[in-house]
Write a protein that binds this ligand. Sequence first.
Ligand SMILES: *Cc1c(COP(=O)(O)O)cnc(C)c1O
Length: 429
Amino acid sequence: MLYYSLNNAAPLANFKEATIAGFAPDNGLYFPSVIPKFGSGLMGALPFIDKVTLGVEVMKPFVGNSIPEDILTDIITETAHFDFPLKKINDLVYVLELYHGPTLSFKDIGTLFMRKCLSYFLSSAQKKMVVLVATSGNTGASTIQRFKGIKDIEVVVLYPANHLSKFQEKQLNPADNIKVLKIAGSLDDCQQLVNKAFADKQLNEKLHLNTANSINIASWLPQQLYYYYAMQQWTEKAKPIVAVPSGNFGNISAGILATVSRLPINRLVAACNTNDILTNYLKKGIYEPSIVKPTLSNALDVSNPYNFERVQALYNKDFDLIKRRISSVKVDDKQTLATIKNVYEKHGYLLDPHAAVAYAALQVEIKSKQQRGMLLATAHPVKRLETINNAVGKIDTLSEIHNDMLSAKTTKPIEMNADYQTLKSYLMA
Ligand SMILES: *Cc1c(COP(=O)(O)O)cnc(C)c1O
């Protein structure tokens, strides 16, 4: 498999080259030159094959000759080491829980797959690397957990001040090869600093920068796997309408990728909070990033989702096709709180604020009793305990996990203004 840059001004790269580079040399996102179509054989076999076999079958065409099959099998075995249970909330709605990994969010899948690939590639290339990550909390936590103590890779995490919950901030604990920067700004500011660093040739040559979020194909592509794992467990006749809490659109674009490969999903819904850019785009065809407004579902506080370009590429930039295949629903904080409360009281299921946005989006999208919905629960509710407490009151089991985390000893982050020269001097030193 070869990958091209969506900026169309860089040479093609294989999986290994694209993974080691992160961004393409023209600062574009890499995108597969061919999207494999899996036949009815694989789709029919879904309920009968194990997670690892399925993962290898799906990822093999994307990885190509870059990784031998036995190593890929090991990587998938380790990446998919936790459960992805599909649970029924009520007659119409199911939830796929993606937060049973070590740092309690779905980011644990992409970050580990990427780290395993990098370790394999670096062992033969003997290159050192600095991984820069802008995070609203969860990617940072997962990257730290996955990269801590790894030889030849240093990690620098940037997160927006006043944006994370206490639990999330606690998870961002520096280590020998891990630096944590608390940036006075928004998530978009952090992402822009990272983008500037990548565009800075001098810095790049010195440090060999990479990134660990869905910009990197090795972190983006494995995210399609849990859509397959969900469909392994799907027993309803109707194909599901799948709602994905969407920030930078890495997750939903991986789901779209799976549907282009013919995974039988009815449609995908981008569940957004008030920072929603897609609703207007789908209505009018105008893509207009605005200023980010902080919300209770903070991982969705993104005004200009970088993976939107991948969404367009997946549909060959055909606006009418995009309009037919995906939709977008905007959910505000008031609805988010009310949804957490209603679903907990009526169905005994505890949604985190991101999953609540997706649940509320399904209420709009499910239009008849014959349809079925599935939402992706992207993080454990304990990560936003303050919001849960506001919505439903105190829950003892959650408070315990929360207090354990808060009493853990951690080192303070380095505080920094959202200023590129400051960041550059810091990185150069
Ligand atoms: C990162 C994150 C999202 C958004 O995912 P994207 O791939 O950026 O759209 C949603 N929910 C949670 C909990 C997250 O951590």
